[in-house]
Ligand binder design. Structure first.
Ligand SMILES: [Zn+2]
Length: 342
């Protein structure tokens, strides 16, 4: 482990065998609590000499499927069936997760845009720094669980960073994607969506030589059972495949053809509102759309005689995510498409 200058202190010993449940204590001195700390719940289950797997959820606090999936795993896994170590962090940006918000109410920051973080920064930046320099540093593999949060709904989709064919790390990420067996998988550009690449968890994993992928499982500010099921199955498949957890009932193995592969190698895969309005989508999740096809309309009920504005898809692809709230402003994302790999 490299020396980290983080001021976050775990209440558990990550080097100890067995199952250990506790908190990462992030010092937080405020009016109501002079010597207080923010308690990030964490579980470590360790036995034997196998690899270390780090599972995180709640990087965005309004994404709930991953938090539920990790609560279940944390209770189910027992050390006797483990060979290696599993670290579970269900509320990674704890203040945001506790408030049910995408960003932290303490500093308004989005954790997935703050890596590699800052040991002396605001709470979100300190969490980013600890996750990258301590937890990712310990991990051989990581999976960061997301969803569309309050504003989007995603089909169950695994996200991974591509790279040069023949690169060993890329091949190992692709192996995890195939093992997970989600209905969809999308290769993300290394620059990430909207240039977030180097500041997101998958980049943090890459910097620490961790084989890291992630996924989107529903959203809409709630828990969608079908998406949760895909997430839970995939997390179990990864642990069994890596030999880190031999569960009593082994999960089914993903078959070739279970996953539709998509990529981000095309412009305009994100569709935005170009003005304020009441959004009427005319395409649905999973639809395959063509360039120029109508995506929806922005209505103006305050001037009902005004003609609604048509929004068109400017690229062909499959709809992975769509906006949930009816009201939209200029700059709001309405759809996320993936380009179908032929
Ligand atoms: Zn997210």
């Amino acid at each position: 482990m490299t020396k980290s200058s983080s001021s976050i202190e775990p209440t558990i010993d990550f080097t100890a065998n067995g199952k250990h449940e506790g908190f990462l204590k992030l010092p937080h001195s405020v009016h109501r609590s002079a010597y207080g700390y923010i308690p990030l719940p964490v579980v470590s289950i360790k036995n034997g000499t196998g690899p270390t797997v780090f599972y995180s959820a709640g990087v965005h606090g309004d994404e709930f499927e991953g938090q539920v999936a990790l609560c279940k795993l944390a209770k189910e896994i027992t050390p006797d069936r483990v060979n290696g170590q599993i670290i579970i962090l269900p509320m990674t940006n704890f203040p945001a997760a506790r408030a049910g918000l995408r960003t932290s109410p303490l500093d308004d920051l989005n954790l997935n845009r703050e890596f590699p973080g800052d040991p002396f920064g605001t709470p979100t930046r300190q969490i980013a720094y600890y996750v990258e320099t301590v937890l990712m540093d310990m991990a051989d593999y990581s999976f960061d669980i997301h969803s569309g949060g309050s504003s989007l709904h995603y089909l169950p989709t695994v996200l991974y960073r591509g790279g040069e064919a023949g690169n060993e790390e890329v091949a190992r990420r692709e192996e995890l994607v195939a093992t997970f067996g989600a209905p969809f998988a999308i290769e993300m550009p290394s620059s990430g969506l909207k240039g977030s690449g180097s500041r997101a968890t998958m980049a943090a994993a890459e910097r620490q030589n961790t084989i890291g992928i992630g996924g989107e499982f529903g959203g809409s500010g709630t828990v969608t059972p079908e998406c949760l099921k895909v997430c839970e199955l995939g997390l179990r498949r990864l642990l069994n495949h890596l030999g880190v957890w031999c569960s009593e009932t082994p999960p089914s193995v993903a078959q070739k053809g279970d996953t539709t592969y998509l990529n981000s190698n095309s412009k305009n895969l994100l569709v935005f509102a170009d003005q304020e309005g009441l959004f009427e989508p005319t395409a649905q999740l999973g639809n395959r759309v063509t360039t120029g096809q109508t995506a929806g309309f922005l209505h103006h009920p305050d001037t009902p005689w005004r003609v609604a504005d048509e929004i068109k898809f400017e690229a062909a692809g499959l709809i992975l995510a769509k906006r949930i709230p009816g009201l939209a402003e200029r700059g709001d994302c309405l759809f996320h498409l993936g380009k179908i790999v032929t």
